[in-house]
Design a protein around this ligand. Sequence first.
Ligand SMILES: Nc1nc2c(c(=O)[nH]1)N[C@@H](CN(C=O)c1ccc(C(=O)N[C@@H](CCC(=O)O)C(=O)O)cc1)CN2
Length: 292
Amino acid sequence: MTQNDPRVKDKAQKFVLTLSCVERAGIVQAVTTFLFERGFNIDEHQQFDDGLRETLHLRTAFSGSPEYTPERLQEEFNAIADRFEMKFSFHDQTKERILVMVSKFGHCLNDLIFRWRGGSLGGDIVLVVSNHETHRAMADAAGLPFVYLPVTPETKADAEQRLLDLVDEHNIDLVVLARYMQVLSDDLCRSLEGRAINIHHSFLPGFKGARPYHQAYDRGVKLVGATAHYVTAELDEGPIIEQEVIRVDHSYGPTTLSTVGQDAEALALSRAVRWHCEHRVLLDQTSTVVFR
Ligand SMILES: Nc1nc2c(c(=O)[nH]1)N[C@@H](CN(C=O)c1ccc(C(=O)N[C@@H](CCC(=O)O)C(=O)O)cc1)CN2
């Protein structure tokens, strides 16, 4: 049975390497030599040489030798990483564990659950948390635990600590704000940095805040959209992962804009979650590099 025999390929352990560093000669050669010397096959490779920021971003998916783990690869790659001052990570096929937060609008939660059950989300939904009871039935129907966490100015700090406890208890890798309409505190945002994605129901940077469709209606826009971004303390300012738009016209009132916008929200969010779970999103200062 040769290396290229599909049965070998299926049994081969799959990994992803992502890295960012100052652009200079020899980086790709160092990476490919490291993988070749260990008998790995490169299945997918993408890189972006950001000339403006003089930074190279790279994502390599590779497979082979099942005796390796991300930790062992990290250990053996350290010398190269130090030489090039790289920020890097190795990932295996372990699926990201996802906690979804929702308030009253359930279309994004519904879409995420549908894609998860169909195996196309790229991660595993483990838990649903909400500040309303509205979508308990949807979670129950999907066999998902549902935690009701009401938030008032008086209970916000305790509610946020409870959320962090749930993240630890369930070994959560990613928190998804699927139309969760409470502003997270600075401390919570710091605790969830790089592992919380929000869907904002406008084409940012336009119409920030809680009522973007009313703002869009008042402005008379001809396109409405949605933006999936990492959550930061600055409301609706986090690094953007994906955006989607839909054409509208003068006949759409705020309610109709909200209704048609739901499709854009669900699409942008599910793509952003899948790309994050497939380690296709690299943070680059205040923006992202997405190897789709
Ligand atoms: N720290 C952050 N928290 C949250 C973000 C974020 O970017 N950073 N995104 C929001 C979602 N969102 C827009 O996408 C949003 C949610 C809520 C509000 C808001 O003003 N909420 C009011 C209460 C509204 C209500 O109870 O219905 C408030 O919290 O006082 C603005 C934007 C999720 N959190």
